[in-house]
Every structure is written in C-alpha cells, then in structure tokens.
Design a protein around this ligand. Structure first.
Ligand code: ATP
Ligand code: MG
Length: 408
C-alpha cells in the first residue's frame, strides 16, 4: 500500500514560481495566474497552507478574482452558464494501493512523454476511466493527476449538461472538447454515464445516440497533448465504444484495511505511536469509503477543537458501531457517562474483531480492564451456549471463539 503525496511531485522552486506568477499577471494570462498561485500556496508549510488555499479559492471565485470563468469557458447553449469549471489542484494527499498507484504512475509517465512518443509514431491516448462508488476518491485522483502534469483541472459535470437541455447536449459537448483542445488542459468528465449510456438503451434512442457519437468524435479529435479523465459510478451503463476510448481504466473500490488505516491516520492527524488506534478504526470501518472516513474524522476533530479537548476515539467508535449496523453516523458531541462508555466498549468488543491492545488504546483504559471484559464475555458466552444446547437453539450474536482467541 502506498500513496501519492503532493510532496512527491517535482515542484518548481518557490522563487521561480513567484517570478512566473508576476510575468503571467503582467501578461494578463489569468489561467497561468490561477495555476501558479495554487502552486505557490502548495509550497507553504502547514498549517498556513490549508487556510491560505481556502482563501485563494474564495479569491478565485470572488468578484475581485481573476477573469470570470465564463469569459473563456464554453457556455450552455440556452442557460449561458459555464459548462466547464476550473478547480484548484488538491492540497491533501491521495492514498492508493500499490497496484492502482502503479497504473496511475504509468498513465502519468506516458502523458508526460506524449510529444516524444508522438515523434516516434507512438502517440498515446491519454484517456483514463475511473469507475467506482461515490466517495472513493475519483475526483481527487483526477485533481492529483492534473497537478502532477501541471495542467489546469477543467471539470465538466455531464449529468447537469444532459439533464438541463437534452436537445442542446451535443452542441454543449462539442463546445467542451473545442475548449479543451484550445486550452490544452486536463478535462475531467464527471458522471460520464449520463451521456455515455449504452446506445441501444431502449428509452433513450435517437437523441442519446447522437450525443454519444458527439462524445466519441470529441475524444477522437483531441490531439495527443490533451488528457481526458472520465469518472462514473455506474461502469456497467457505459457504451462499449466509450470504454474503448479509455485504454487506461481503474476500478476504485471501498478502501481495504491497510488503506483505511492510512486514511484514519491522516484525517485524524495521528502520530506514528498511535498506529494501534488507526488499525483499530480501520478494523471497524470495513465498507466505508475514503470520503466517509474523512467526514467522520474531521467531524471529531471539529468537535475537539471547539471543546478544546482531545479527539474522542470513543465517540468515533460509537459512530462506527452505528455505521456497521447500517446507519451512517457522525461522532456524538456530548460526553458519555461511565456506564455508557463501558457498555459501548463491550458492544464494540462484541461486534468487531479487535485485539485487547487496540481496545485499550481506543477507549484509553488499561489492558487489564479490556482483558476483564473479554473474560466476563467468555463466561457469559459459555453460559449462553450451555443454555442454547439445553434448548437446542444456536447461540447468536456472540463473537467466534477464533475472534476472541486472536486477542492478545
Ligand atoms: N483515496 C483517498 N485518499 C485520500 N482521501 C480520500 C480518498 N478517497 C476519498 N477521500 C476523501 O473523500 C473526499 C471525496 O472524494 P472524491 O470526491 O474524490 O470521491 P468521488 O469518488 O469523486 O465521489 P463521487 O462519485 O461522489 O463524485 C476527498 O476529498 C477526500 O477527502
Ligand atoms: Mg467525484
């Protein structure tokens, strides 16, 4: 498991960026001003970086920012709203497993060498398709790739383009591709299934066929320097002809345990000595997306900040117990009393396969206290299974002997 931190990129020296920024401003090259401004902010040390990035985003969006995006971005034929938005490069890291990381590195290496490859008659098709459930980091991945390639991150949300005006969709799509060809940036086609649904879908024949064809033509007409990343939550809805245009495909899934531990560590700001906590939370968050982990962790940190206390791992454990029972929850804000904490600790011990060491780290109690819980439970379990045998019923809900025995 590894990740692609922004710091691993080859960043220009801040002094070069400052000069390039001034030159871009003097030349009224506002695309470059936005890009260089973002690069400069990314070179700031924490914690300045995050707050300055937020202020910069507000500046970009505000009246006193750079040129309004619709001055150059293509506009919706009827509503005149911009079809493409330029987003800032992400400032936080992207966590990926090794296999996915390798695929993306290869994609980036080819896109970086596009001119050289084209010169050798091997022009790459720098198109990547990301398929996966919501919150698994597809947009974040696309933003990181734009940053790595030093390209503006142009985002087109195809669902809004299609749903607003079906009749003008083909025209809008042509406008988007003309724009990207002109700007030579990275185009992120979000929710591509909205237009790329199978052409033989009985409900959408006719207009949708034309729309898909326009999309295919747009992809085919782009030159080798343009990079297109498309994302979909519904890969199975995609037309095979669209799939073929994306030689690089990455199916992103809910993160596995190792990756979840890295996500918890990062979003909770844990230090290496707190690895047992990250591992425990990873063990309790199977099935959650990266976005879910970020949301829960950041909610806990916000509460801690406002209450001037430490992050409550107990409250996070309570939220994760709810999530495991099918109800997505954020950590509670209020304090749990002693009894409530004890019963939560026992419920967590029952529900998840955690070691005693992890439980004691999570609930800030001694190893002995947790070991006692386990002994009480084992005795209870024996009594229950004895009763079950007497009545001929199966014991239910108790953790397996294997799960208990694995506890240190
Ligand atoms: N692999 C990851 N590494 C780091 N953070 C992640 C990762 N996956 C998700 N996140 C967190 O979740 C947030 C949302 O992720 P993102 O918007 O990229 O998901 P998505 O797959 O594009 O979702 P959707 O399908 O809803 O558009 C990110 O901004 C980040 O905070
Ligand atoms: Mg997204």
């Amino acid at each position: 498991m590894s990740f692609m931190p922004l710091g691993s990129m080859q960043e220009p020296r801040p002094s070069d960026t400052v000069l390039a920024l001034i030159e871009a401003a003097l030349n009224s090259d506002f695309v470059a001003v936005r890009r260089l401004g973002t690069t400069l902010v990314r070179s700031l040390p924490e914690p300045d970086r995050v707050s300055t990035q937020e202020r910069l985003t507000r500046l970009f969006r505000g009246a006193g920012g750079t040129r309004p995006p619709h001055a150059v971005a293509p506009l919706d034929v009827k509503t005149k709203s911009p079809l493409v938005e330029e987003l800032p490069w992400p400032t936080g890291p992207l966590f990926l497993d090794d296999e996915d990381s390798q695929l993306l590195e290869r994609f980036i290496a080819e896109a970086q060498a596009a001119d050289e490859l084209a010169g050798a008659g091997l022009a790459p098709r720098s198109n990547l398709l990301l398929v996966g459930p919501p919150g698994t980091g597809k947009t974040l991945t696309a933003g990181h790739i734009a940053a790595r390639l030093g390209l503006p991150f142009h985002v087109a949300r195809l669902d809004t383009i299609v749903s607003s005006l079906l009749g003008d969709t083909a025209k809008n799509i042509r406008g988007i591709f003309d724009f990207v060809q002109r700007e030579q940036g990275l185009l992120f086609l979000d929710e591509i299934d909205a237009v790329a649904k199978q052409r033989d879908d009985a409900r959408d024949i006719g207009e949708l066929k034309r729309v898909v064809n326009t999309l295919l033509q747009g992809l085919d007409r782009l030159d080798h320097r343009c990079v297109v990343i498309a994302a979909s939550n519904h890969g199975h809805l995609l037309d095979p002809a669209v799939w073929r245009r994306f030689p690089y495909r990455l199916t992103v899934d809910q993160p596995a345990a190792g990756l979840r531990a890295s996500l918890w560590s990062h979003y909770l700001g844990l230090d290496p000595a707190e690895a047992p906590i990250a591992d425990a939370l990873a063990g309790m968050s199977d099935g959650l997306s990266g976005s879910d982990v970020a949301e829960i962790a950041l909610a806990a940190r916000r509460t801690a900040h406002l209450k001037r206390t430490k992050v409550s791992f107990t409250a996070i454990a309570g939220a994760l117990l709810d999530c495991a029972n099918g109800k997505f929850s954020l950590p509670t804000i209020g304090e749990l009393d002693r009894d409530a904490t004890l019963s939560l600790r026992r419920a967590v011990g029952e529900r998840f396969d955690l070691t005693n060491g992890q439980l004691s780290a999570l609930f800030s109690v001694t190893y002995e206290a947790v070991a006692k819980d386990a002994r009480v439970k084992r005795a209870g379990g024996k009594r229950r299974s004895g009763l079950a045998q007497q009545s001929g019923a199966a014991a239910d809900g108790a953790p397996t002997a294997g799960a208990r025995d694995r506890r240190r």
